[in-house]
Design a protein around this ligand. Sequence first.
Ligand code: SF4
Length: 386
Amino acid sequence: MISKQKQHHAKGWCPSTLTPMMSGDGLLVRIKPAFNRLTSKQVAILASLSDSFGNGIIDITNRANLQIRGVTHTHLSSLIDALFDSSLTKNNEAYDKLNLTLAPFTSVDSLGWRCACALYDEIGNFPNLPAKFGFAVDCGSTRTLCDASADIRLETNKDGQLIIRLDGSENGFITDENTFLDDIKAVLNWYLLSQKYAPIKMRMKQFINQEAIPETWCTTQPQASMKNIVPGTYGEKQVIAAPFGQLTSDQLAHIASVTDEVIMCLDRCLLIDKTADIDSQFITSEEDIRRNISVCAGMPACTGASINTRKLATKIISRLDGAHNQSYHISGCAKGCATKTSRDICIIGNDGNYGLLENGCAWDSPDNILLSEAALFDELDRIQKN
Ligand code: SF4
C-alpha cells in the first residue's frame, strides 16, 4: 500500500495525486487523466470533490492536467479514496508519477492510442525517472504537441512509420509497435547511466546539448505539418480555455452538464462538444484579450506571492481596448511560474508592491521597482501611449 501522506513543500516539485504539494492555500492535488480524457461524470465528480475536500478552485495546468487546490491534511485520504473510486487515478506509484500527454484528436484504437495504452501498461517496468520527465504521444499526420513539455516524443515520419524522437533533436529513429517499448528503455538506460552520479538529472533537451546522441537515433524527420490547438471550433468539437488557467467548481460542474467528454489540451485548453452552451466566463476565441495574459496563482493561493495577481489582471483587462495585442505576464514573485517565455509587459510582485519591465521574464531586473498600484497604472498608460 502506498502512503497517502507523502507531501512536498518545495516549489518546483512536480506534484501528483499520491504526492501532493503544499501551497499557500493548502495542499495541491494533481490529477493526470488517463489519455488526457474525462467523461462528463468524472468532471462532475471532480467539481464536487473540489467543494467537499478543497477550496472550490481547480487549476488547469500547462501539461493538460487538473489540480484541486486548498486540500487540508484532514481531508487528503478521503479525497484520494474518492479519486480511486471514480477511476480518476490508480493506487500505483509508477502510474501516478507518469507524465504522458496524448494528442487531443487521437482516435481510440489508432496508432497513438495503442502506444499510449502500452506505455501505461509498461510504466512499472521503466527505470526510476526524474519527476518532470515526460512522454508526448503525437502520432497524427499533423503534430499538435510540439510545445508540450516532454523528454521522449512518439511521432510518425512522412511515410507514417512510428518514430521515437528525443526532445531537442530535430530527427528521431524508426521503431514499431512491437519494439518501441524496448527502444525507449534503451534510450532511458543511456540517459540515466550517463548521469549516474548527477544529484539532479537534466531534462532530455538540456542533456543532449551536452552529450551527443548516437547517430542511429537521429535518422528520420517527424511529420512536417504542425499546429497548436487554440480556442475555436474543430469539426464536431470546440476548444475553450479558462481565463488565467483556473476554474471554479461551479464552472467545472457547468462544463460537465453541457458536454459528454472533456479532452485536456496544452496551454490550459479543454476540447468539448461543439454543441456545449458556453458563455463569456470562458475563452472561446483566440482573439480573446485574456489569452494574452499569463497569471500565476498569486495571493492568497501561493505563499511566495505578495500581490493578488488575478485581481490585478482583471483590473488591467478592464482598461484595455479590444484591439490591444501586447502580451502580459503578471507574477506574484520573481520565480515566474506562469510562463518561462518573455512577454511584452511583465509585472512582478515584490513585498506588496510592483516591479515592471518591458520585453522580459519575471526573473529579469525590472525597469521600475516598488511601484504602488497607482504608479503602476500610470506607467502602463505611458507604455500604451508610446
Ligand atoms: S511565481 Fe507565483 S505561483 Fe510561482 S512561486 Fe511566485 S507567487 Fe507563487
